[in-house]
Design a protein around this ligand. Structure first.
Ligand SMILES: [Zn+2]
Length: 623
């Protein structure tokens, strides 16, 4: 599909995690931070006046775009002119958006930049309206006519994949009257999701509990996840029971909300003549349904290591029974590793050496060249992300606080940044972005390569156990847990498609059975665990979370190849980073050397989990 506004390559998966990572501000002022630890937004616009000039320019492009309406199928010339204009609009609006957005993120209290962000949002809506004719008109051009266009204007050839991607959806596009009717449903199609969001973020209260020091505290989402990390079992159990009981009290309401969400997906899939809601969702990026099924089936066939993990965790924590509230508490809290930023830079560069000189050259340029905003300051946006637009260099926002996790965040976000850099330098604007399905591969490959390097270093036994546990937890929460979620989504949609009642009770049972199946007999499930499905916001963005698991698996497989095969694997990996969206995500990944339609990458990830578990077991027994 023609992307109307190719704005930026913001790492959405990271942003999702960032919200939870917010810490209490230490209130350092931005002016107290040395320039070399701040990003250089003046590389985009040296002054706000120059931003204003581009904003005026963009406003002027709107009537030019509107004037193209009705002309796309007339000639190769008018089609090409419109596509080029669309690129120009995307490029300028991308620069404007990222500059305003990142200036705001430096300090959210500065009204100048809040105003600029608002103005861009408003202009974006107008641009969207002005460009809305493009997809329908492209769909109307018969394929043979398009072929003759390519002969008339060979320079139209660069858009061939993009145009084919738009025309690919023809079989699922309805006649004008039906499309109009479907468009009218847009206003309420997200109702289930917005009802859940309002309930979950505004109305629901969790009450008070006693914390680990015996003080009464009001339970919140942030405190809940910190409580689960606590070594104090009474505290984490109370938090778990009370938090989930809050949802259990609204079990039927949340069941009805989820039911409405699933039925909505089934409705659109049927209306657009897809065989299933899953097929409809995956078709957006042309991902075969078999990729999703392959993930779920391969994990199901290899759950033994996760069962072993549950048994070992029970043993290592000296527990008689293992409950869900025992899954997050650190096994080795005493060995917490501190990593100052200067050391992290050195370690990450060393760790990524297997990626070769071309990669490292750009990486070092980024470290020195005003790409990264390192430290937390008053008013700064929390979490971490990579942003930038086609004609800017990449930018990375961090809130670096000297933890091991922060070091991995640096490797992760710079993985996105280099993916953007290589794509922007090797693709025309139209393919200068990449799909979510491949985005997290570039970031996670860096993490997998870095941890391999760190594990080779000499270190005290406790520290090694901490590091191994860090990796193990990453695989458990990013890979196994998200696959469990993905299976839940698949099953609920299948139930609705078969006409089975999708009640809260049915979903409680389904979720409980999945939990037990994944973790095995050593995990004791309290009734409060059954309702976890009813508090996962991602389920209202259906068939999204599986990408966490597939990305993790692809990255594990790629890192293994890079470390094992060296140069040939690195060359393929760079081809992948340079491909942007010039081909479908599955094909782009094949260029990197990993085929997500096969079980191999998923199996390799489970094997890695098992390997790490065995090493921990050996170290543990050696004490
Ligand atoms: Zn990311």
């Amino acid at each position: 599909m023609i992307r109307l506004l190719v704005l930026a390559t913001l790492c959405l998966l990271c942003i999702g995690q960032a919200a939870f990572a917010a810490t209490a501000a230490k209130l350092t002022q931005r002016s107290d931070i040395e320039a070399r630890y701040k990003w250089r937004l003046e590389d985009i616009y040296a002054t706000n006046e120059l931003w204003e000039k581009d904003f005026q320019k963009l406003q002027g492009l709107i009537p030019r775009m509107a004037a193209m309406k009705g002309h796309l199928g007339r000639s190769a010339d008018s089609l090409l002119a419109t596509l080029k204009l669309n690129d120009e609009i995307g490029d300028v609006s991308g620069r404007l958006t990222v500059y305003a957005g990142m200036r705001r993120d430096e300090d959210n209290r500065v009204s100048t930049y809040l105003g600029m962000v608002d103005r861009m949002t408003g202009l974006g809506t107008k641009l969207g309206e002005a460009q809305a004719f493009m997809d329908p008109e492209i769909l109307e051009i018969p394929s043979d006519k398009l072929e003759s266009f390519y002969k008339d204007r060979p320079d139209l050839g660069v858009y061939r994949h993009e145009l084919e991607n738009t025309q690919r959806t023809r079989a699922h596009t309805l006649d004008e009257a039906q499309e109009k009717l479907l468009a009218l449903t847009g206003d309420f199609s997200g109702s289930a999701g917005s009802i859940f969001t309002a309930f979950n973020n505004a109305d629901l209260r969790y009450g008070t509990i006693k914390d680990d020091k015996g003080a009464d505290i009001e339970l919140t989402k942030g405190r809940y996840s910190r409580a689960l990390d606590s070594p104090d079992r009474r505290y984490r159990r109370d938090a778990f029971l009370q938090f989930n009981r809050a949802y259990k009290g609204f079990n039927n309401t949340l069941g009805a909300t989820m039911n409405a969400n699933v039925k909505k997906d089934v409705f659109y899939a049927k209306a657009r003549k897809y065989t299933s809601a899953l097929a409809a969702a995956l078709d957006r990026n042309n991902i075969p349904v078999s990729v999703y099924q392959n993930l779920v089936n391969t994990v199901n066939a290899n759950l033994e290591p996760l069962h072993r993990y549950a048994a070992l965790r029970k043993k290592w924590l000296h527990l008689d029974t293992l409950h869900v509230y025992d899954l997050y508490t650190p096994l080795f809290p005493s060995a917490k590793i501190e990593v100052p930023f200067e050391q992290a830079r050195v370690d990450v560069v060393k760790g990524l050496e297997p990626l070769g000189d071309e990669y490292l050259g750009v990486f070092k340029k980024g470290l020195e060249g005003g790409w990264i905003d390192v430290y937390e300051t008053e008013g700064k946006t929390s979490g971490a992300y990579n942003w930038g637009s086609y004609s800017t260099h990449p930018y990375v926002l961090m809130n670096y606080s000297n933890s091991l996790e922060d070091q991995f965040t640096l490797a992760h976000e710079m993985g996105h940044a280099l993916h953007s850099y290589f794509t922007h330098h090797n693709q025309p604007f139209v393919y200068g972005n990449y799909a979510t399905f491949v985005a997290e591969v570039a970031s996670t490959t860096n993490e997998a390569t870095l941890i391999n390097y760190l594990l080779k270093k000499e270190m005290p036994r406790e520290q090694r156990l901490y590091l191994l546990n860090f990796l193990l937890e990453q695989i458990r929460t990013t890979f196994f847990r998200q696959t469990l979620f993905a299976e839940f989504e698949m099953r609920t949609h299948e139930m609705a498609e078969k006409g089975d009642p999708l009640t809260a009770e049915a979903m409680n049972k389904l979720y409980r059975d999945l939990y037990q199946k994944y973790y095995g007999p050593d995990l004791v499930l309290d009734p409060e665990a059954d309702v976890e499905w009813s508090r996962v916001p991602h389920f209202y963005n259906s068939f999204y979370v599986y990408q966490y698991a597939t990305s993790y698996a692809a990255a594990t497989a790629l890192s293994k190849k890079i470390l094992g095969e060296g140069q040939p694997a690195v060359a393929k990996y760079l081809t992948f980073l340079k491909s942007g969206s010039s081909d479908y995500p599955i094909e782009v990944l094949k260029k990197a050397g990993v085929d997500m339609t096969t079980p191999a990458p998923v199996e390799a990830t489970i094997a890695r989990f098992n390997e790490v578990l065995s090493e921990m077991e050996k170290l543990w027994d050696a004490k």
